[in-house]
Design a protein around this ligand. Structure first.
Ligand code: ADP
Length: 771
């Protein structure tokens, strides 16, 4: 859509780098040139100063030399006039005076004869401390002159402070061949003060050195001497004097300094501004690079978007479309640019709806929640889209058109429909279930989902409100719960399965499935009642069978009572009845009556139809009752009964009559099975022992025994091998034992016969319950 910036991207850095570097380079060069200029100026100034120092020093040396030579010459002239005219001549006096006046550096003039005696002196009085003709240095030059020298300089005399003295001797050649000497003493300090002109003393500090020692100098106290200096030798033998000039530290001209500062400041300013400019340009380049990157990113985003984007101007003409939109509708950008209504991608059958939406967008009344529309690809294929439109505002805040985002929702629609169908199937299955299903929030208890069965079972009127679901059964964290619950209000029994689970939003929920088991419960109750009835019937049958033996059994105490009654009457008929005997007989009678009553109560309880009733009971008592009920039978069948020691056995919690029925049945079957057994072998062993937490009872006989095939058949209802049997005895026995959480089974007796075992738990009293 736009020219790729890649080519310019590559060439730009090189050019911009040059552009960036050039001003800095020029500024640096300018500063360097300026610095070089300043250095060069300072250097040439320095060499000029050097040159002028050397010149000035030479000039000064020359001036001093000339002065001393002039002075020597004048001395010679005075000496000559002395020789010719004598000391008293006006000529001599005039010359001497002129010499003294012209030369303030002269300390004294002396005339010494050949013998070394002083003949004349000017000034006549020694100002004090000054060396006179006796001084060894002066004697040395006097002698040199007397010896023939034309003139002689003394070594520098430093005896008097602030008065370094040089003595000069010249000969006075007398007519009569004699030689006298004229000696002048010069103050070198005064000479230096006199001989250094103002223009030198203004620029230099002049000093005179004898070897390392300063002997005289001319200083301007207002200025400091710089380190810059030069020296030159003064050849005044025998002295080795050095004349030194120190240049005064000069203050540079203020305008020059100011100019240098201004130029330096300007250079710095220029460098700083160039630097700032460079930074600015760099930042600008960085921003430009970022902008280019952003532009490229936006372009690639636009092109990689799956959302179609199209922009229209205020008149509704397309002026921008992205790649996704082109791919969606199957037209190129060129084909779409400038397109107006009807758009090429509007299906003919949808033109009206498309036009309405188009007008709504252009009038600024577009629905912000978007529109669902049907578009058409260039190949005629229709597809569903969702379109969102918004105002297009440019960078200056001007409304320039309308932009729309278009999503192809065909696939989404399909998925939504599939999802809807799947949801409907799920709801149909859920509602078709026989159980009441509910899902509720584990924390708030809010009912999140329920099926129709649940709603109707618990009267939930509609699904618009929010309900708090009270758990039907007690829940325990972690483990699923499976228990029964009775709906008191509707009088319904439910089997409730409840487990915690994770809901679609990740929260913890409880899933509860309540199955209506009222019918099952009723059936069970019916079955229970039927069983009870059956039990009673079997008991009645057993009793019927035993009626004759029981009659015999009852007959015994009744006969005993009758005989005791006869005995009593006999005793009473005596004159003196034996009361003690009577009392004994009545007591025995009462015991027999009690026994008869016990038998009758046992029979009544045994045959009475009643609900199970568990209570604490001793196995010994149960065995005792059964033994009583069966005693006549045992005796008749000639069976030898042995019962193991039942003492020290813990009590059990059971329905005593039911267990008596079990023991009764098993013992009775055992007696009947031994009908064909030789009398000697007819033994019935009843063993009771404790096996861990259980009470184990075994009833062993030596009867016909039971074949392996028979073993499990025995416990099925109506299985019997007896002509008059009902085949319900063992079946009832097993259900009674299982009802007491025990087990009943049969094994073969190795000695012949069979062995019936049953166990009962020795549970603690608190666990006993009464259903
Ligand atoms: P019924 O005594 O009315 O036949 P039961 O259920 O008590 O019903 O017994 C079923 C059958 O099991 C009996 O007919 C008998 O054949 C067999 N049976 C029961 N006890 C014994 C035993 N001690 N020895 C051998 N067979 C037995």
């Amino acid at each position: 859509m736009k020219k790729s910036p890649k080519s310019s991207l590559r060439s730009k850095p090189l050019a911009s780098r040059w552009l960036l570097t050039l001003p800095s380079f020029a500024a640096a060069l300018f500063s360097l040139a300026l610095a070089a200029f300043l250095i060069f100026t300072a250097y040439s100034e320095q060499s000029a100063r050097n040159h002028s120092l050397t010149q000035d020093l030479l000039w000064q040396k020359q001036a001093l030399n000339t002065r001393v030579e002039n002075f020597t010459h004048q001395l010679r002239t005075v000496a000559a006039s002395m020789a010719t005219d004598g000391l008293a001549s006006a000529e001599f006096t005039a010359r001497t005076l002129s010499l003294l006046q012209d030369s303030p550096e002269i300390i004294s003039l002396e005339y010494v004869d050949e013998t070394g005696q002083r003949r004349w002196r000017q000034p006549e009085i020694n100002p004090g401390g000054l060396p006179d003709y006796h001084h060894p240095a002066i004697i040395a030059i006097r002698d040199a002159v007397l010896a023939g020298e034309s003139s002689s300089y003394s070594r520098i005399i430093l005896d008097v402070p602030d008065s370094p003295t040089l003595a000069i001797a010249v000969p006075i050649r007398l007519n009569f061949n004699g030689r006298h000497v004229l000696i002048a003493q010069l103050n070198l300090r005064t000479m230096l003060q006199q001989q250094v002109p103002w223009w030198i003393s203004q620029r230099y500090q002049i000093s005179l050195w004898d070897k390392e020692k300063l002997i005289a100098g001319k200083f301007d106290r207002a200025h400091d001497a710089s380190k810059f200096n030069s020296s030159i030798d003064l050849s005044w033998p025998p002295n080795q004097l050095t004349l030194t000039a120190h240049v005064y530290a000069q203050r540079r001209d203020s305008w020059q300094t100011a100019l240098t500062i201004v130029v330096a400041a300007l250079s710095l300013l220029m460098l700083a501004s160039t630097w700032a400019l460079r930074r600015h340009i760099k930042e600008r380049q960085k921003t430009e690079a970022q902008l280019r990157q952003e532009q490229a990113l936006r372009e690639s985003m636009e092109n990689s978007l799956v959302t179609g984007i199209r922009a229209m101007d205020l008149q509704g003409r397309l002026f921008y479309v992205n790649r996704a939109f082109c791919e969606m509708v199957g037209y190129s950008q060129e084909q779409l640019f400038g397109a107006s209504h009807p758009m090429p991608y509007w299906p003919p059958e949808e033109i009206e709806q498309c036009m309405a939406i188009y007008r709504a967008i252009l009038s600024g009344r577009a629905d912000t929640t978007g529109y669902q529309m049907r578009f058409m690809r260039s190949n005629g294929e229709r597809f569903d889209v969702r379109l969102y439109a918004a105002k297009l505002i440019d960078g200056d805040g001007v409304h320039t058109g309308w932009i729309s985002a278009i999503y192809d929702i065909t696939e989404l629609q399909r998925e939504r429909e599939a999802l809807q169908a799947s949801h409907e199937r799920f709801v149909a299955v859920l509602n078709g279930l026989d159980a009441a299903v509910s899902v509720s929030d584990a924390v708030s208890g809010e009912l999140l989902l329920s099926n129709r069965h649940f709603d109707s079972a618990f009267n939930i009127p509609d699904r618009h409100g929010r309900y708090c679901n009270i758990p039907l059964v007690r829940r325990s964290k972690g483990a699923p719960v499976d228990s029964e619950w009775f709906d008191d209000y509707h009088q319904h029994w439910y089997q409730v399965k409840s487990r915690s689970s994770i809901w679609v939003d990740g929260s913890e929920v409880w899933l509860e499935i309540a199955t209506d088991i009222t019918m099952l419960k009723n059936a069970q109750e019916q079955e229970r009642q039927q069983k009870e009835q059956l039990q009673q019937t079997t008991r009645l049958i057993s009793m019927g069978e035993m009626a004759s033996s029981l009659a015999h059994e009852l007959n015994q105490p009744l006969a005993a009572i009758a005989s005791y009654a006869t005995g009593c009457r006999n005793v009473l008929s005596q004159d003196n009845p034996n009361i003690a005997q009577l009392d004994q007989a009545i007591e025995k009678m009462a015991a027999q009556a009690k026994r008869a009553g016990q038998i009758i109560r046992g029979i009544r309880e045994f045959v009475q139809r009643r609900a199970p009733h568990r209570k604490r009971c001793e196995i010994a008592d149960l065995l005792d009752t059964v033994q009583t009920l069966l005693s006549a039978e045992i005796k008749k069948a000639q069976v030898k009964l042995s019962v193991s020691d039942t003492r020290h056995l813990p009590p059990i919690y059971a329905d005593a009559v039911m267990l008596e029925q079990v023991i009764f049945n098993l013992m009775k079957n055992a007696i009947e099975a031994m009908a064909e057994t030789p009398v000697k072998q007819r033994t019935l062993d009843v063993k009771v022992r404790r096996d861990d937490e259980m009470l184990a009872v075994s009833i062993t006989d030596r009867g016909t025994g039971i074949s392996t095939e028979q073993m499990e058949q025995l416990f099925k209802p109506f299985y019997t091998t007896k002509g008059s049997g009902m085949g319900m005895g063992l079946n009832i026995c097993r259900s009674i034992i299982e009802h007491h959480q025990g087990r009943l089974w049969v094994e073969a007796n190795p000695l012949g016969g069979s062995c019936f075992h049953f166990t009962l738990p020795l549970s603690i009293e608190s666990e006993a319950y009464e259903p």
